[in-house]
Write a protein that binds this ligand. Structure first.
Ligand SMILES: [Zn+2]
Length: 231
């Protein structure tokens, strides 16, 4: 058996009321969609199928999911959990491409406070790293901009401070303020861009008696904001 798979991501908000707890609050994630393809090798091209063909065939479905509030999508109103999104996804693929073998949807974040050390690498010093899951919108932008609409991210945060040993307990407090929330409802995050969120974390760390040296907030796998102390 020879199989290929392709990952595509979408950034959306949802809530799972029947699950209760923090899952019932409006929050968001960066979701991954992993598409599996199988078949025999094309004699001339030497591949099962072109990765770009896989992407093209599922892009219309991703466009419905991306930068949305999942609970508002017809078919996901009552249940916007991952198994429900997978089922919904298969329904959208009315005619399955010949190479289609299956789909797996998941979330790229840790889904819990799991701080870990990233060793110094010559560019950055040692950093503590954690992730959190929140909803966000940028109401200051025109509604033609996708970020004007309610969506969400799995945010990845990396921090270095003067007190690396005690930093995780401060980061835990910050995690509890941000995780499984709608960021715009938090004082200071009404315009919850990566930049404003990064500066907000710097300020919180100072209030928690840390002197941050570096704060990095990564909103998607391909974009981040860096703050560096002038000292
Ligand atoms: Zn969730």
């Amino acid at each position: 058996m020879l199989q290929i798979s392709k990952y595509i991501y979408f950034d959306s908000a949802h809530k799972n009321e029947h699950k209760g707890g923090k899952w019932a609050q409006l929050h968001g994630h960066t979701f991954f969609v992993e598409i599996f393809a199988e078949g025999s090798l094309h004699s001339a091209h030497g591949w099962i199928v072109d990765f770009s063909e896989i992407k093209k065939s599922i892009t219309p479905i991703i466009n419905i999911l991306d930068h949305s509030y999942l609970n508002e999508i017809p078919g996901l109103e009552k249940d916007a959990t991952i198994p429900a999104i997978e089922k919904w996804f298969l329904k959208q693929l009315k005619e399955k491409p010949w190479w289609f073998k299956g789909v797996r949807i998941g979330i790229i974040g840790d889904l819990d406070f799991k701080p870990r050390i990233i060793p110094a690498d010559g560019v950055y010093p040692e950093l503590w790293h954690f992730s959190f899951e929140s909803a966000q919108s940028l109401p200051q932008l025109p509604d033609s901009h996708p970020c004007h609409h309610l969506h969400g991210h799995s945010y990845f945060v990396k921090v270095s401070s003067n007190d690396m040993e005690n930093l995780p307990s401060a980061l835990r407090k910050i995690y509890d303020l941000l995780d499984h929330h709608w960021l715009n409802e938090i004082t200071g995050l009404e315009k919850a861009t990566s930049e404003i969120l990064t500066l907000w974390i710097v300020q919180k760390l100072r209030e928690l008696n840390h002197s941050p040296k570096i704060v990095i907030v990564q909103e998607t796998p391909s974009s981040y904001c860096l703050w560096k102390s002038d000292e």
